[in-house]
Design a protein around this ligand. Structure first.
Ligand code: PLP
Length: 412
């Protein structure tokens, strides 16, 4: 039968199977047969307890339900509630606010922030860059907005961030494109758990500043901090390095309340712009506010109100931080258990610092993933390896995983 399609040319063949959803369904189907307690389902990128229930922060929940409905049901300003933006700036930078002009625009989660960065800082047909281990929607957004994505090798031979590959890619793209947008997800990168060190940040900033000083390009550095709240203390120092950069070097930061405040479905985020030039920041504000009006309009008022209430009440905020720390520590325990066992059995993994995921590089991710299902282990297969959502696996089920993964890889 002839295929009928009604969509516009640019929308043709847009479809994507949700790999994570598929693995999760397979895990649930197997649980029906062998019992949930025998299944290791490391597919979902959310904090889950031993029974698979979503873990939430109690003080966030309590504060949310204390908000007056006639306030939160109302529209919010397109750019976001002003105090929400002030709160985002404070909780993001802490003591490390760069010496620069900073403004923010509320977005539906970190995803909205990434959307605006791509849409407003690259041309149709342009390419933008990220590391070759990356969060899938970066690519979906390229297709959606008629852009292309290119990657550099994330790690070098020694398992360190591949500075040279990153800088070379940026320089090469700068030869063919005026604006070079580079998306870096750090600290606690999804999917590897890697965090750039302060020295690595400095090397990148030095290289991009040199490029900007030639005055032929604009560098747009997008820092995706979706998992920053789960990185150790001191992980925000790099923000200070975004002080006094050249006017054609704009830093954008994608803030999200999804993970750090366990508010995944509340769609509360923010795009922050950092520049030494006031005009660049005024333009940033006008253009991105316009795009919000032209896409999703305003954002969820309750999410914004919640952050304002926490920010205005240091005692409440301290409680939230303490609750989150408890979960962060439990994730660290899970990670250490896995990493120690991986070392013992000689299982190679990508360098992990913190965060929700650990990855195992393999060229046969699909086959190994399927083989592991025989052992009741359900992982997400990526192009370059296997993603283990340690956030979704209780500590007692982490033990033995590395051994089984190593065995499956050796067998294939
Ligand atoms: N960036 C990364 C790397 C992510 O993994 C996610 C969520 O999974 C996001 C950004 C944005 O999440 P949200 O739009 O829910 O804030």
């Amino acid at each position: 039968m002839e295929k009928i399609s009604l969509v516009a040319k640019h929308a043709q063949d847009k479809s994507e199977t949700d790999n994570i959803f598929g693995v999760n369904s397979a895990a649930n189907a197997k649980a029906e047969i062998v019992g949930k307690e025998n299944i290791v389902n490391a597919s979902i990128g959310a904090f889950l307890d031993a029974s698979g229930k979503l873990i939430t922060l109690p003080t966030v929940e309590k504060t949310m339900y204390s908000l007056p409905f006639d306030d939160v049901a109302n529209y919010a300003p397109i750019a976001g509630l002003p105090d929400y933006i002030n709160a985002v700036i404070d909780v993001t930078f802490g003591e490390n606010k760069p010496d620069a002009f900073v403004k923010g625009i509320a977005t539906p989660g970190g995803s909205g922030a990434i959307h605006h960065a791509i849409w407003n800082y690259t041309e149709e047909g342009d390419t933008y860059l990220t590391s070759d281990w990356f969060w899938g929607p970066y690519k979906t957004m390229a297709r959606e907005m008629m852009r292309k994505i290119d990657t550099f090798m994330t790690f070098d031979e020694e398992g360190k961030f591949n500075l040279q590959a990153c800088i070379e890619k940026v320089e090469a793209l700068a030869k063919v494109q005026k604006n070079v947008l580079l998306i870096l997800n750090t600290p606690a990168h999804n999917p590897t758990g890697y965090s750039l060190t302060d020295d690595e940040w400095q090397a990148l900033i030095d290289a991009f500043t040199e490029l900007c000083n030639k005055k032929e390009n604009n560098i747009i550095l997008f820092v995706d901090i979706a998992y920053m709240d789960f990185a150790p203390e001191g992980s925000r120092k790099f923000f200070k390095k975004f002080s006094n950069l050249p006017a054609n070097f704009l830093v954008l930061v994608g803030f999200s309340m999804s993970k750090g405040y366990t508010m995944y479905g509340y769609r509360t985020g923010c795009l922050l712009g950092i520049s030494s030039d006031e005009q660049v920041i005024t333009e940033f504000y006008d253009v991105n506010q316009f795009s919000s009006r032209g896409t999703w309009s305003n954002c969820t008022r309750s999410g914004m109100r919640l952050l304002i209430d926490l920010w205005k009440n240091p005692e409440l905020m301290a409680k939230v931080n303490a609750e989150r720390n408890e979960y962060r520590e439990s994730m660290e325990d899970r990670a250490h258990t896995f990493i120690n066992e991986a070392k013992e059995v000689g299982l190679k993994m990508c360098p992990y610092d913190s965060g929700f995921f650990i990855t195992i590089p393999t060229t046969k991710a699909e086959e190994v993933g399927l083989k592991l299902r025989e052992d009741n282990i359900f992982l997400v297969s990526l192009k370059k390896g296997l993603r283990i959502a340690i956030c979704a696996v209780p500590a007692e089920k982490i033990k033995g995983m590395a051994t089984k993964i190593k065995k499956a890889i050796d067998q294939i």
